[in-house]
Ligand binder design. Structure first.
Ligand code: PLP
Length: 387
């Protein structure tokens, strides 16, 4: 399947951008949508009687509808905000007001901290308990039973990763969601690391809430959360008095980032047109040589890899005798962009015992990378490892 590099002006400078798990380059149609929005008189506020105000209202509704189609979710539950972390804090703060002393929130150690600390603070504030299920450190997977064992009659919320932003592994969510619901608990999914790579069907999953970061799926910087509309209606959200009392905008504080939403809508359409199953297949075709190539280099350890199934195309690796930061620097010197460290997956590096040694190097596949990028990365790592 051919690369879509030509759709991404941000990668035409010759850099190999494996930093997609931290934030992707923006697709051309999203850039155009934002530029048009800012230059054709649409910019302003919604809720008025003039043309531009109508366009603002229509944009918000259109973006909810397109993102709803992308994730097969009711648009009435889709809210936008600055990023996933802010939206999760807003949600956990509202949920915290519904918790009682003795209640329990169950999370996991496979998560990014944006799906750990907001819940810890909500639990602490209510005198509730927050517990974390460990993942399997060898395979990097999260056996559903590890979470299910912690769910009991006190459990009000279970918070799960759609995929690990560090190891790339994607847990089997359905059995955990079912067990949580059977115990009367609700489920929140951090789908930030899953959404760029994998089809997500919120209706089929049956989760109560799910968040993603559109800037990881070729859109501008922004966040999106879905909350089941009935639940969203009941939640004691923090809002100012004049803002909407009903619908998803009761969760959106202040004026939306309209120009950003124009980009989000266009990026969601890009994913729908390309098809998530096609994107997944094209990325796997690059990830396989990346993974096999890294595993073949003496001194390189790829963390949390069981196989190609049940994962996203993100590799976390270390090189014996070289700190992750030094590997990152060597790659940057050859115009290969990666991230190193914990990448906010604090619990993951801690459980792997890598916290003191600088974490890992993380390289992720995005739809604008090609085989020559993979070879360039492997050549630098190989040279460093055998030095
Ligand atoms: C898995 C995961 N969850 C949450 C976040 C936080 O997202 P945001 O930057 O939109 O707050 C990230 C960002 O890297 C992530 O990878």
């Amino acid at each position: 399947m051919s690369s879509l590099r030509h759709r991404f002006p941000g990668v035409l400078d010759g850099w190999s951008r494996f930093d997609g798990p931290a934030g992707t380059q923006v697709v051309d149609s999203a850039i155009t949508a934002m530029t048009n929005w800012l230059s054709d008189g649409s910019n302003g506020c919604g809720g008025g009687y003039f043309d531009a105000a109508h366009r603002a209202d229509e944009l918000v509704e259109r973006t909810r509808a397109t993102v709803g189609r992308l994730f097969n979710a009711d648009p009435a539950g889709i809210a936008f905000g600055p990023n996933m972390t802010s939206l999760t804090f807003a949600l956990s703060r509202a949920i915290g007001r519904t918790l009682q002393p003795g209640d329990r929130i169950v999370g996991t150690r496979l998560d990014h901290d944006a799906n750990v600390t907001p819940w810890r603070l909500a639990a602490d504030g209510a005198g509730a308990e927050h517990v974390l299920a460990p993942f399997d450190p060898v395979t990097g997977t999260l056996p559903p039973q590890h979470v299910i064992d912690l769910i009991d009659e006190r459990t009000k919320w279970v918070t799960l990763p759609g995929a690990s932003n560090l190891l790339g592994t994607a847990p089997d969510l359905k059995p955990i969601i079912d067990a949580a619901h059977a115990a009367g608990a609700r489920v929140f999914i951090d789908a930030v690391a899953l959404a760029p790579h994998h089809p997500i069907d919120i209706t089929a999953l049956g989760c109560d809430a799910l968040a993603t970061s559109p800037y990881k799926w070729y859109a501008p910087h922004s966040g999106m959360v879905f909350v089941q509309p009935d639940l969203l209606e009941q939640l004691p959200v923090f809002k100012v008095r004049p803002s909407h009392d009903h619908g998803p905008s009761r969760f959106e504080t202040g004026m939306p980032n309209f120009e950003g939403l124009a980009g989000v809508e266009a990026a969601a359409r890009f994913l729908l047109e390309e098809g998530m199953a096609n994107i997944q297949a094209a990325e796997q075709a690059l990830f396989e040589p990346l993974l096999r190539g890294l595993q073949a280099i003496p001194g390189v350890t790829v963390w949390g890899v069981q196989g190609m199934e049940g994962r996203t195309p993100t590799a976390a690796f270390t090189v014996a005798g070289h700190s992750p930061a030094a590997v990152s620097q060597a790659l940057a010197a050859e115009r290969v962009a990666v991230w190193d460290g914990h990448n906010y997956a604090v619990e993951v590096v801690d459980q792997l015992g890598l916290a003191e040694s600088g974490g890992v190097v993380r390289a992720g596949i995005s739809r604008y990378l090609e085989l020559d990028d993979v070879h360039r990365l492997l050549a630098v790592v190989e040279q460093l490892a055998t030095r």
